[in-house]
Write a new protein. Structure first.
Ligand code: HMG
Ligand code: MG
Length: 303
């Protein structure tokens, strides 16, 4: 196994989408403030909303208004677009990067987007054609790569097949979702053994939820395999509405601290990031689920 840490890691901040889709509703203004603060902390890639059915995920119903209110010309604002309707709506407010999403588990795909994996890929053909004609790049997500709430263990070969379909469609990158946070370092290595034999590491990102507290270890395992894009959510916000009991993504503050400790460049101001996390948590009436954020807060209150 080849083990080399990347010198720079790109963080894709998903708190305003993956995080807030599974928290109590906050105001459009709270979302705008959050995204502006994240950009102010140096984050360049921010998932700002989801153009999905408001009946399925009401928390994302104001995504158009959120994006319209933002003026961040140097930030890559991204959004989920499950179908052509979503793609058109995202384009109408100036989104320059779409994310399409499917799963390595049939049961999860059905619960999440109401179709089979093959149907989802067929549906994405329209989204890809639309994106291409408008010069929009598209990221792909595969959920349940390390386990499914309905099907249990997932064969890495199935993950490989779905990743390849998304890349063949024209996605510039595929993000590997441990949707319910059940993965362990060994499982990550075993999955990457299969994927990296066929797919270049520059085409993969990791997207780990932290339900069992393994996300940082799993990220470190992926970094050692050369993966250099990591999805995370400020303050560890969120979960997944179609995966009962799944907790939020790994906290961005914790990932940044890990990267700092490893001497890996990331371009993010940790203090400003933590402040952004506290502000949105105040709106949610909760504390950040980030050990780093809590430790920094204790340090400042003790002084
Ligand atoms: P459907 O019911 O099969 O779709 O839903 P439909 O085409 O039959 O449409 C039904 C209704 O939805 C119609 O409205 C459409 O107009 C409307 P009605 O006539 O009933 O009033 N509709 C839409 N409205 C707004 N925007 C749209 C849109 N499309 C249809 N784009 C659909 C299919 C995909 C729309 C639905 O299942 C859906 O929205 N699912 C979203 C689920 C979701 O957002 N899940 C969370 C995000 S994924 C995730 O968190 C995992 C990830 O983080 C990675 C990981 O952790 O693993 C990415
Ligand atoms: Mg997720």
């Amino acid at each position: 196994m080849n083990s080399t840490l990347p010198s720079h890691v790109r963080i894709v901040e998903v708190g305003a989408r993956d995080g807030l889709q599974n928290e109590r509703a906050v105001t459009t203004r709270d979302k705008v403030t959050l995204i502006e603060s994240l950009a102010g902390a140096g984050i360049k890639d921010i998932e700002a909303g989801a153009f999905v059915s408001p009946k399925w995920v009401p928390q994302m119903a104001d995504s158009s208004n959120v994006i319209r209110a933002l003026d961040l010309p140097t930030t890559n604002l991204m959004a989920l677009t499950p179908n052509l309707k979503g793609a058109e709506a995202a384009h109408a407010v100036g989104i320059k990067e779409f994310a399409i999403f499917t799963a390595a588990s049939e049961a999860f795909c059905q619960k999440n987007i109401n179709c089979s994996i093959d149907q989802s890929i067929a549906r994405f053909t329209d989204v890809m054609a639309f994106a291409k004609s408008h010069n929009i790049r598209v990221r792909g997500y595969v959920s349940c790569v390390l386990g499914c709430p309905y099907e249990g263990d997932i064969d890495p070969q199935r993950v490989l097949q779905v990743c390849q379909k998304l890349l063949d469609l024209g996605c510039y990158e595929v993000s590997l979702g441990d949707t319910i946070g059940v993965g362990t370092a060994k499982k990550v290595d075993e999955l990457l053994d299969v994927l990296l034999a066929e797919i270049d590491k520059s085409l993969l990102a990791v997207h780990f939820h932290d339900t069992y507290g393994q996300a940082l270890t799993n990220i470190y395992t992926a970094l050692k395999r050369g993966i250099a894009t990591v999805d995370s959510a400020v303050a560890g916000l969120g979960g997944c509405p179609y995966a009962k009991g799944a907790s939020g993504n790994v906290a961005t503050e914790d990932v940044v601290y890990l990267l700092q400790g490893l001497g890996i460049e990331h371009g993010i101001d940790l203090e400003r990031l933590a402040k952004a996390g506290w502000a949105i948590c105040t709106a949610l009436n909760k504390q950040p689920v980030s050990k780093v954020s809590l430790a920094l807060k204790n340090q400042t209150t003790e002084q």
